[in-house]
Design a protein around this ligand. Structure first.
Ligand SMILES: N[C@@H](CCC(=O)N[C@@H](CS)C(=O)NCC(=O)O)C(=O)O
Length: 212
């Protein structure tokens, strides 16, 4: 029988993946029980036959729901929003169609652009220890592009992109925190937004996972 609450989420065993964080936060925000399984990327457990035959991408995160396997973090969030609709469960996307499209736009953009920044401020700098090397010109230019975008998206002193929290807030805060948590120069309004987002209980739950 189809059960709404039979969810399993595969994440990396070091809890460093920003994409696993995003799927984890979505599922946590929905408030449903789920089983979390870890995959050790350092020994390429994601390439092992057990995982690779289920996951289209052989990457984390992967959601399993009643025999259905789904990779790609933003696809996971969208699937969960439809399976566990906002009428009954906490929303993870805005209701308004254009705001929802903007949230998806931000998610897609953060996953496909700003590569120098992602390379020079990897998530180890967010979850383990700050990075100390100064940014290259390319990474600084990516950072400036990020600041311009967030500045235009965020209303004065707002702590969310839209009227209420959505999953794009967590993704955006992660990208900003690559800089904020390494003491980089970030416009204060944007740094305050990223710090506020980091206090969210679902994010704190991810931060509290034991990582090496
Ligand atoms: N676009 C994917 C990216 C997933 C991804 O790159 N996951 C990394 C960890 S951050 C991974 O599994 N890497 C292992 C590999 O590619 O072998 C998503 O949003 O889920």
């Amino acid at each position: 029988m189809f059960s709404k609450h039979n969810f399993k989420l595969y994440v990396d065993s070091r809890f460093l993946s920003p994409y696993a964080l995003s799927a984890f936060v979505t599922l946590t925000e929905k408030g449903v029980p789920f089983e979390m399984r870890t995959v050790d990327l350092s020994i390429q457990e994601n390439q092992s036959s057990g995982y690779a035959t289920s996951s289209l991408t052989c990457r984390v995160p992967m959601l399993v729901h009643n025999g259905f396997y789904l990779s790609e973090s933003s696809a996971i969030s969208e699937y969960l929003e439809e399976c566990l609709p906002p009428e009954t469960y906490n929303p993870v996307y805005p209701r308004d169609i254009q705001k929802r499209a903007t949230a998806r736009q931000i998610q897609a953009w953060l996953r496909s652009d700003l590569e120098p920044l992602r390379n020079e401020r990897p998530t180890e700098a967010v979850f383990l220890k700050p990075a100390i090397k100064p940014l290259s010109r390319a990474a600084q230019s990516a950072a400036n592009k990020l600041f311009t975008a967030v500045d235009s998206l965020l209303k004065d002193n707002a702590s969310h992109l839209f009227d209420q929290w959505c999953i794009a807030d967590t993704d955006l805060a992660l990208m900003l925190n690559r800089l904020v948590l390494s003491g980089g120069e970030v416009p204060e309004r944007l740094a305050a937004y990223a710090r506020h987002q980091w206090q969210r209980p679902s994010v704190q739950l991810w931060l509290s996972q034991e990582r090496s």
